[in-house]
Design a protein around this ligand. Structure first.
Ligand code: AMP
Ligand code: GLY
Length: 419
């Protein structure tokens, strides 16, 4: 069969790599893809928001299945648009993608269905929010309601920081209409775990756990980023944690969505905080995580197409999902200055050498072709993932492999998976 992957980052490269191992897939297309994805797929230069263009491509090429990687097109209704044309597509419809698209919605859902999460209040009025900040407990967390490229969350240590954040979101409109509403919530302490899951509307099957490193610099310092590295599985995701989440979080979320008339088919990403009072939901995403996917999918032994089709057809119950009994670590190679200001367009060396390493994956995030060479084209440039028996060995292998790659202003954290 022919499969289209919509997106062009490290996550989509990992999805394409996984599809390339499927016995059922004859050809992969990616829109827009990137210079690394081009080794596995035919990249077509169509924007992820150009639904008409994508639908034309699918019809013209006779593509059997489309997999949507990114949140923006999902929240804007790409799945509804494909389904209206009778096309087979994997991801939540617009009504269900709101689980990620509106933090106020997801908080209200969790409250209504007693799914453990931080205490919170929602506001759509600046004065009322400012009055609340006078008397709330600090540190506190302020979140823009809508999609904000991972930059809409402010951890505020005192009232002054909170007032500044509130002004940035609601007065200066830094995140545009994503900040029309805000959530102010209790600050939680603990270790974070990312759990990705396949969902067919009623059944949920979780994937192997992962942990992200969101801050730009070592020791979790510096600004939040899309993620600087990750490992899987997380040793902190114990059997007890798993049992608790199965009972109080996962199935309850799927049932809550269905009962709200927003049946969810696709990937639910649970961002969890393991607090001293037990696991709580930090956030939901309605798609594969990035970079988490770069350590989870390389360990997937089952055929991704079988699972995706079972989700679309509501038959996930009948499918076994197997992961390799090993570990993976991904170190992100970024452009120095990311996530604030950085330069692009530098030639990347060593891609041939790294492609010869066994159990090492060089996932492209921000790369493109220029004059026949592959150059940097983003803040996060490459994700170097390695698989091995243990996290420790995978970590050594991933870091050793990063030495093979060179480009001007190459930057990485040195403490990924240092647990
Ligand atoms: P989110 O996009 O909601 O996952 O938030 C981004 C990051 O902010 C999370 O991965 C956490 O590191 C942090 N964060 C969000 N909400 C809270 C909270 N209530 N308490 C502590 N940290 C938080
Ligand atoms: N790594 C976090 C995310 O995908 O949102």
């Amino acid at each position: 069969m022919k499969v289209l992957v919509v997106g062009g980052g490290g996550r989509e490269h990992a999805i394409c790599e996984c599809l390339s191992r499927s016995k059922r897939v004859k050809k992969i297309y990616a829109a827009p893809g990137n210079a690394g994805i081009a080794n596995l797929a035919e990249c077509v230069d169509i924007s992820v928001m150009d639904f008409e263009g994508l639908i034309d491509l699918v019809k013209k090429e006779g593509i059997d299945l489309s997999i949507i990687g990114m949140d923006d097109p999902l929240c804007a209704g790409i799945v509804d648009a494909f389904e209206a044309e009778g096309l087979r597509v994997f991801g939540p419809r617009k009504a269900a993608a709101i689980l990620e698209g509106s933090k106020a919605f997801s908080k209200e859902l969790m409250k209504k269905y007693s799914i453990p999460t931080a205490e919170y209040e929602c506001f759509d009025n600046y004065d009322k929010a400012a009055a609340y900040l006078e008397s709330c407990k600090y540190p506190t967390v302020i979140k823009a309601d809508g999609l904000a490229l991972g930059k809409g969350v402010y951890i505020c240590k005192d009232k002054q920081e909170a007032m500044e954040a509130l002004k940035e979101i609601m007065v200066d409109k830094k995140h545009s209409t994503a900040g029309d509403k805000i959530v102010i919530e209790e600050f939680m302490e603990g270790r974070e775990v990312s759990v990705l899951s396949f969902v067919d509307g009623k059944t949920i099957k979780i994937m192997s756990s992962a942990q992200d490193h969101k801050r730009a610099y070592d020791n979790n310092e510096g600004p939040n980023t899309g993620g600087m590295g990750t490992f899987s599985p997380s040793p902190f995701y114990t059997k007890e944690v798993d049992e608790f989440c199965k009972k109080h979080i996962y199935q309850k979320t799927v049932d809550a969505m269905r009962e709200s008339g927003r049946e969810f088919k696709g990937i639910i990403f649970f961002g969890l905080m393991l607090t001293k009072d037990g696991p709580k939901v930090l956030e939901y995403n309605a798609r594969f995580g990035d970079p988490e996917t770069q350590v989870v999918l390389p360990r997937l032994r089952s055929d991704l197409v079988d699972i995706v089709e079972a989700c679309i057809d509501g038959k996930l119950e009948n499918v076994d999902i197997e992961f390799e009994d090993n570990a993976a670590v991904c170190v992100v190679l970024a452009s120095k200055g990311y996530p604030v200001v950085y330069e692009k367009g530098f030639v990347i060396q060593g891609l041939d050498a790294i492609s010869k390493e066994e159990d090492v994956y060089c996932f492209h995030a921000g790369t493109k072709f220029k004059d026949g060479k592959i150059v940097t084209n983003g803040g996060r440039v490459l994700g170097i993932s390695a698989k091995a028996k243990s996290i420790k060995e995978a970590r050594e292998k991933a870091y050793k492999s990063t030495e093979l790659i060179g480009f001007e202003n190459k930057y990485m954290r040195t403490d990924i998976a240092d647990i």
